[in-house]
Design a binder for this molecule. Structure first.
Ligand code: NAI
Length: 334
């Protein structure tokens, strides 16, 4: 029999049935991400698609006793991708190749751009109202690619397209807590800009640690910007962040679903079609965003920043502009 406390918890928890699709579910990120989504009670229908391995992952996690149905799809079966996407609510895209030592995220463009373009096209047709969460790198360019594909299909909704930059935010929380010897779960750093190297701008001046010595702060900022390289080097050719990324992706997907559900004050940093620097030709920018029933509810400006951060922002904007243009040119070429 349920205790009174448990009963109250159940009765006050609204469980909304979300259909969620992972494209690239057999990969390093896709597998643990699918596992974490299986554990999320907001998800009732979980569909996993990959060129290889999705059925195995789906069958494996389907034995976990949470209230969702899991199904795997392959490109070999008729309409595999379409059925994986059909009227789904949330699509996460971690399909593509990861970095090897010495590579930048931009080096992945040659392979990942066409993968993301084709998956976006399939999503536009099978699930035109879905929230699309792009994980595949280079995020600064793959998100504009998805936007162009959706525009060409006449279903672009800027409120429902997100570049997942949550890993930068969780790294910032962890790394600042190591410097300041604090509880990482209580550390919150606004990370704005984009998702690669110098386009990642952690706003340390907006934290309670703004007074840290300059050399310590510079080293911290560099670590947040290039933290992904630590993982790439440690894996020594075996790929980039997968487990921490899965956690980040699951956290962001949960926030998107909480927003769709109408929960109040759901704010996460994410790379979106943004008005903040459009007048300077920068169509996409990451900043804290309030998530709501329609997706993006409010894009928050970055707020007051230090003169050092202004310099970082100016450099980031130059790179971002080029990354965005590269994506748009690729997606719109005949
Ligand atoms: P992985 O190589 O382990 O997995 C990628 C999966 O995508 C593979 O299973 C592959 O079969 C699948 N795939 C390739 N083409 C596909 C297609 N057309 N349709 C369906 N599935 C397809 O790579 P990993 O480590 O999972 O990384 C995936 C992507 O995520 C990379 O581009 C990586 O750079 C990016 N990433 C993004 C981060 C972020 O913060 N946004 C952080 C870490 C990685």
């Amino acid at each position: 029999m349920l205790s009174r406390v448990t009963r109250r918890a159940f009765s006050s928890t609204r469980i909304s049935p979300y259909k969620v699709t992972v494209l690239g579910a057999g990969g390093g990120i896709g597998q643990p991400l699918s596992l974490l989504l299986k554990l999320n009670h907001k998800v009732t229908d979980l569909r996993l698609y990959d060129l290889r391995g999705a059925k195995g992952v789906a069958t494996d996690i389907s034995h976990i006793p949470t209230n969702s149905v899991v199904k795997g799809f392959t490109p070999e079966e008729k309409d595999g991708l379409r059925n994986a996407l059909d009227s789904t609510d949330v699509v996460l895209i971690p399909a593509g190749v990861p970095r090897k030592p010495g590579m930048t995220r931009d080096d992945l463009f040659a392979i990942n751009a066409s993968i993301v373009r084709d998956l976006a096209s399939a999503t536009a047709e099978a699930a035109p109202n879905a929230a699309i969460l792009v994980i595949s790198n280079p995020v600064n360019s793959t998100v504009p690619i998805v936007a162009e594909v959706l525009k060409a299909k006449g279903v672009y909704n800027p409120k429902k397209l997100f570049g997942v930059t949550t890993l930068d935010s969780i790294r910032a929380s962890r790394f600042i807590s190591q410097v300041e010897n604090t509880d990482p779960t209580q550390e919150k750093v606004n990370v704005v800009g984009g998702h690669s190297g110098i386009t990642i701008i952690p706003l340390i001046s907006q934290t309670q640690h703004k007074g840290m010595p300059k050399d310590v702060k510079d080293a911290l900022i560099h670590r947040i910007q290039f933290g992904g390289d630590e993982v790439v080097q440690a894996k020594n050719g075996g790929g980039s962040a997968t487990l921490s990324m899965a956690q980040a992706g699951a956290k962001f997907a949960n926030a998107v679903m909480a927003g769709l559900d109408g929960e109040a004050d759901i704010i996460e940093a994410t790379y979106v079609d943004s008005p903040l620097y459009k007048s300077e030709g920068i169509e996409f920018f990451a900043s804290p965003v309030t998530l709501g029933p329609k997706g993006v509810e409010k894009i928050h400006p970055i707020g007051e920043i230090s003169s050092e951060e202004e310099e970082l922002l100016a450099k980031a904007k130059e790179t971002l502009k080029k990354n965005i243009e590269k994506g748009v040119v690729f997606a719109t070429k005949k």
